[in-house]
Design a binder for this molecule. Structure first.
Ligand code: SF4
Length: 321
């Protein structure tokens, strides 16, 4: 079973992997994002698409010839009364129309907007591609849910997906502490963001992300908005940022945005306004397929230097205050 290492892989890989393995399938992941995957993405995907969707195309192309079928769920909504970016629902069609020699595609529809009970049906539908044994499928489904719950619990205890997926070791908490926010695939695809976490850790910077916060905290903070945000992942980012404006226990916020993403443009602007009012520095890092390592380094360094100067000035003021 091929799974592209892109987009919601960073959110749901433990769930999908456990489910398929429990049914006896061997899970094959595409290679980590690299130059070749980006180039394939550029070849097969429409030019106007965002970088994560291009990477997804490259990741699927990397699986061709290596797997018997590929799992490309058509994800419409992942929570009640919410949606995610419409690009996700069109992905199986985009891939089918642009990639030659595709193996069979499992394009299960995930639509939890009206009821999360449909999730079980979606898994039964998916499992039937492998076995007719419904009891086995349901058992695998419950095991997969537990694996997902463990993954979420681990991140909410502060273990970032960057540590789980890339083995990065965070520094001792003695330097700056910043929050990095954005869509999960921009945060944790270390090739797409030019090893952002590694760079921050090398500068002794502790990092928190929306994934490290309890769901209850995110929900309560997001509910403070005048109007409910109906994009699930945007709501999570916004809830986290509102929480940071209240706790003020971070030195700054960095937003990783995909070039050309409408949702990111809107939410990043909203975040910036909230943080400005709370006097918390904000930095918007826009990534695309041309983001060069040197340019990114300079921009991160400039932001970090500014935060360091700010912290030193603040402590000088309180020392003299
Ligand atoms: S939310 Fe933005 S970055 Fe994510 S898939 Fe949609 S357009 Fe691309």
């Amino acid at each position: 079973m091929g799974i592209p290492r892109a987009l919601l892989y960073y959110e749901y890989y433990p769930l999908w992997k456990t489910f398929f393995e429990e049914l006896g399938a061997e899970v094959v992941l595409s290679a980590k994002t690299n130059k070749k995957i980006i180039e394939s993405g550029l070849t097969y995907c429409v030019n106007e698409a965002c970088l994560p969707v291009k990477i997804f195309h490259g990741a699927v192309s990397d699986l061709i010839g290596k797997v018997d079928c590929v799992f490309l769920p058509r994800i419409i909504s992942v929570a009640k009364r919410e949606y995610i970016c419409p690009k996700f629902s069109g992905l199986p069609d985009m891939i089918r129309s642009s990639l030659p020699n595709l193996p069979p595609v499992i394009d299960t529809e995930i639509k939890l907007r009206l009821s999360d009970k449909t999730l079980k049906e979606a898994f039964i539908y998916t499992g039937k591609f492998i076995t007719d044994n419904i009891a086995k499928i349901i058992k695998a489904y419950h095991k997969a849910l537990r694996a997902h719950g463990d993954f979420v619990a681990k991140t909410q205890k502060g273990v970032l997906p960057a540590q789980i997926f890339d083995g990065y070791r965070p520094p001792q908490p003695k330097g700056l502490k910043i929050a990095v926010v954005g869509h999960i695939y921009n945060l944790f695809d270390s090739y797409a963001n030019n090893n952002l976490f590694k760079r921050l850790y090398q500068n002794d910077i502790s990092v928190i992300t929306p994934e490290t916060l309890q769901t209850k905290i995110i929900d309560e903070s997001a509910d403070k908005l005048n109007k409910k945000l109906f994009w699930s992942f945007a709501r999570k980012i916004m809830g986290a940022v509102i929480h940071f404006t209240q706790t003020k226990d971070i030195d700054g916020v960095m937003y990783i945005m995909s070039f050309g993403c409408g949702i990111d443009s809107f939410i990043a602007d909203l975040c910036e306004r909230k943080l400005k009012r709370a006097n918390i520095p904000f930095y918007l890092l826009v990534i695309d397929e041309h983001s060069g390592e040197a340019g990114l380094d300079t921009r991160i360094e400039a932001f970090v230097d500014m935060l360091k100067r700010r912290k030193t000035n603040d402590s000088d003021l309180s020392a003299h205050g």
